[in-house]
Each structure stands twice: as C-alpha cells, then as structure tokens.
Design a protein around this ligand. Structure first.
Ligand SMILES: C[S@@+](CC[C@H](N)C(=O)[O-])C[C@H]1O[C@@H](n2cnc3c(N)ncnc32)[C@H](O)[C@@H]1O
Length: 492
C-alpha cells in the first residue's frame, strides 16, 4: 500500500497538521474490509478552497483497461483520498467504510449524475463557469458583491500601479529603439484577453496617458487597446469602464482559447498581449502517472441525494428531474429559464437561486483511465500529449494539470506578437513538477467560477518549441504570494 501525504509544509511549525488521526481511521476501516491492500493508495490532500468539488473522503477506481462502454470491468487499484482540512468534521473511518461498500456495490455515489464520465475539460462544470461570466450581473445582484471580491485578497493584482508602470516603461524602451531605426509602425497595438470589469484596462490606460506625457513621444495618439472577452455582458461592462479612452479602444468578443480566429488581423503586430487571472479559469484535463502507467482523470459531476431533493422541492419537481433542469439552466441562462418555465421559476431571482444552490452542491466523482499512448492524446490542436512526457517521466507517480485551454490560448497568442512584442500573464502558476507532489492545485470554486493552477513547465516546454523564451517571476507588488507573472517574448 502506498501513502501519499501532499501538504508537507503544514506538517511543521507552531501548529503542525495532525495526519495520524485521519490516517489511523482510514487504516482501521481498511483492516476491517476485504479489499486487497496491495492495490490501495491513500492520498492526503489539503484542499484550500472552502468551496470545492470533493467530499472529505473520496474513492477513485484506477481502471485496468480503458472502459469500452458504460461501467467498467472493475478497478486494478483504488485510491482513497481524504481532505485533511475537513477531516475533523467527519468520522473518517465510517466514511471510508461506507465508500468501500459503495464501491463493491458498483455505485460509488449516493446522488444524481449531471453527466456521463468525461474528460475534465469537457465536464459541465465549464458550462457553469461560462454561465457565470455570461450572466454575472444576475449572480452579483443575488450575492450583493462584485466578482473581484471573490479573488484572494479581494481585488485583482492587475491594477497594481508599480507593476503597470514597469510594463509601460518596458514598452516605451522597445518603441524608442524601434523609432530610432525608423521601424516603429504607425499603429501600436495592445491586446487584453479576459478583461473582467475593465478595471485593469482603465488603470493601464490612465497610467499610460500620464507616463506618456512625461516621456514626451506622444505614443498615446498611436495606441490601440483591444479589449477581448467571450462574455458580451462582461465586455460591455469593461467598455463602459474605459469610456474615457474610447478613441483608443475597441471591444471584441473573442474566445481566449482560440485567439487567432478573431484576432488574425493582428498577426505579428501586437506589442503586448496582457492576460490576468484567465488561464486558471480555462478548461483543463488532469493526467496521472500511477504505478508507472499514464492515466487520464475522468470525471462525472453529481449532486448528493439530499441536495437534489431540496432543489427538486423548491421547484415542485422530483430529484430525477434535476439533471434536466440544470441542463436547461446552462443552455438558457436564468432569464430565459424563468421565461420558459414560469411555474417553476416565477422570477429571474428564483432561477438564479436555483443556479447558485446547484453550483454549491456540484461535486466531481473521479476515476483513472489508462491512456493508450501519450502521442494519441491531444493537449490542444496540433499539440500532442508527448509534451507532457518530461514531467511524467521525471519523478515517479504524479498527478498534474494539462490546462488544455491555457495551452491553446498561449500557443494561439504567440503568432500575434510583433517580433519585439511580449505576452504577459498574471496567474496562479505551478512552476516545477515538484509542486504537484506537495500541494493541491484545483479545481476549486471561486464564487460561480472554476479555478485551476496552471502547469508552468508545460507552457515553458511549448514556448521552447516556438523558440519563445518563457520566464516566471513572483509577483512582487501585491500581498498575494501565490501570483506569478509569466512573460513570453520572441527576443531576449
Ligand atoms: C477572473 S476574471 C479576470 C478578469 C481580469 N483580467 C482581472 O484580472 O481581474 C476572468 C475573465 O476571463 C474571461 N474568460 C473566461 N474564459 C474565457 C474564454 N474562454 N475566452 C475569453 N474570455 C474568457 C471571463 O469572462 C472574465 O472576464
């Protein structure tokens, strides 16, 4: 049996974490069970997100073969996972017993499923995530607080003035040099992907005006700042925030995972593509090496029976109807849902209440399915799973994020860059594969959205393939120590 304790930093210090109590309870449950102990892994995590997709004790089958259809032929191994942060709240021994009994009965969960087994990136949690940004105003009206308050520290780091000044001065240096060689184009393009409320764009533009005046080259006259987001609702809000710079801005509906499709006209023209707190919000698979074999983590969203019964009662329906109602909500949004089903959702507020309660209740069941070959797995269009091999081969068994959406966005953005341009991202990056052995990196819930840390070594590896230099620097300017700046540039 293998025991994996990940939050190692919490084992020391003034108040060290007690791992022995939950472990003893799990071992006691296993001792009283008939499961083959040579095929059991115990995983102890610390899930820092108060709102997340896990139970305190979860069981994950590790399949022997890719499941051809429906339920599989039985696991080759099982992983029992405990969230140490919440382990004091439950009887871990009883929960482990119960989970093992359910595994034997062939039904891991006592709840209703919202989807069949699927890869992480295609789970319905991403439809919830998209709905959050499409209907943000309704969500915020219900919670009474702006989305930025849900970010750690209660505000985006993207508005930090020192960091903004550094970035603008770096642009001035490049432009001055190009100008000296008569190589500076007339139009100076800056692109932002995933603009949120436009707060960063407004700060950036306001500061640009001030610094440009002091610099004395009148770059503002030539500046064109393009605000991009996949949510028209968010985009309209951002546009209003930068109304004072209307002559120098435009707003475009763009899917950040396919930037070239809408921004192809900017190929080799953008001096800066700026992205903050977006990569961690794009769909992601997870891949795990277990016993030397590579597996894909498959997920299945579910809602516990008691929560489903509560939700059903609120709309005078049966728990079996909940998955259908959730699908309608995700397709129509709260406004149209209320129009389409006035008996169940008399007001938009009722539909939003249903949405928020569903989201709070959604959990992910997981299983590990062997991958036939990394080369057959596609991270993003044209990028094979072989890019993951250095990380998977480096250091024994590991479970890591693929961040398919972030990789696609990154690879699709590089062609937009001017030869002296740069891509700058502020985000939660895992910077070395080792971090996957010592912490939890998502998915978690930020309000109505999903967060996953981003696999930095993978982006670095893909950058190398494009002859792009990728560096990571801790974000020095804010209180949040976890935020890192990724800079990708085509030149030194
Ligand atoms: C957490 S907010 C960050 C906003 C802002 N950049 C900041 O730092 O505060 C994430 C933003 O990314 C946008 N977004 C998420 N997925 C996207 C996608 N696939 N394409 C474009 N925008 C996306 C959301 O609509 C939202 O505006």
């Amino acid at each position: 049996m293998r025991v994996d304790v990940r939050p190692v930093q919490k084992l020391r210090g003034a108040e060290p974490l007690d791992v022995t109590a939950p472990l003893a309870q799990m071992l006691s449950a296993l001792a009283g069970d008939t499961v083959d102990l040579t095929h059991v892994r115990l995983v102890c995590d610390w899930i820092q997100y108060k709102s997340n997709f896990r139970d305190v004790v979860d069981i994950r089958p590790v399949l022997a073969h890719p499941a051809a259809s429906g339920e599989d032929a039985g696991p080759a191994m099982i992983e029992i996972a405990v969230d140490l942060r919440r382990s004091e709240d439950v009887d871990v021994e009883a929960a482990t017993h119960a989970a093992l009994a359910r595994l034997r009965s062939g039904r891991l969960r006592r709840g209703i499923y919202l989807e069949p087994w699927t890869a992480g990136r295609t789970s319905c949690i991403w439809r919830f995530n998209a709905l959050y940004w499409q209907a943000l105003g309704h969500w915020e009206a219900a919670t009474g607080r702006e989305y930025e308050r849900a970010l750690p520290g209660g505000a985006t780091d993207a508005r930090n003035l020192t960091a903004v000044h550094e970035l603008i001065h770096a642009l001035f240096r490049v432009w001055d040099e190009l100008d000296a060689r008569n190589a500076l184009p007339d139009e100076l393009y800056v692109v932002e992907l995933g603009v949120g409320n436009g707060g960063q764009a407004r700060t950036w533009l306001d500061e640009f005006v001030t610094l440009d005046r002091a610099h004395g080259r009148d770059y503002y006259r030539r500046l064109h700042y393009i605000l991009c987001d996949y949510s028209p609702h968010v985009l309209a809000r951002a546009e209003a925030a930068v109304a004072g710079h209307a002559a120098h801005t435009s707003a475009m509906v763009v899917d950040a995972t396919r930037p070239l499709s809408a921004l192809g006209f900017l190929r080799h023209k953008a001096f800066l593509v700026y992205v903050s707190n977006v990569y961690d919000n794009l769909p992601s698979d997870e891949i795990a090496r277990i016993g030397g074999r590579v597996h894909q983590v498959e997920v299945r969203a579910w809602i516990a029976d008691d929560a489903a019964a509560r939700l059903a009662a609120e709309v005078s329906s049966s728990p079996d109807a909940v998955p259908g109602l959730v699908d309608k909500l995700l397709r129509l949004g709260p406004e149209l849902l209320s129009e389409a089903m006035p008996a169940q959702f008399p007001s938009v507020g009722d539909a939003v209440g249903f949405w928020r309660e569903c989201w709070g209740a959604v959990r992910l069941e997981e299983r590990y399915v062997p991958l036939e070959g990394l080369d057959a797995y596609e991270i993003a269009p044209g990028l094979s799973g072989e890019h993951l091999r250095p990380q998977l081969d480096a250091d024994g068994d590991v479970r890591l994020h693929v961040n398919n959406g972030a990789v696609a966005s990154f690879a699709g953005t590089l062609p937009l860059l001017h030869p002296f341009g740069r891509l700058q991202c502020l985000d939660l990056f895992v910077e070395s594969a080792e971090q996957y052995h010592s912490g939890f990196h998502g998915p978690g819930k930020y309000d109505g959205s999903v967060v996953n840390w981003v696999n930095g070594p993978l982006l670095r590896q893909i950058g190398r393939r494009h002859a792009v230099d990728v560096t990571f620097t801790p974000f020095r300017h804010g209180a949040r120590s976890s935020i890192t700046t990724l800079t990708a540039s085509l030149h030194d």
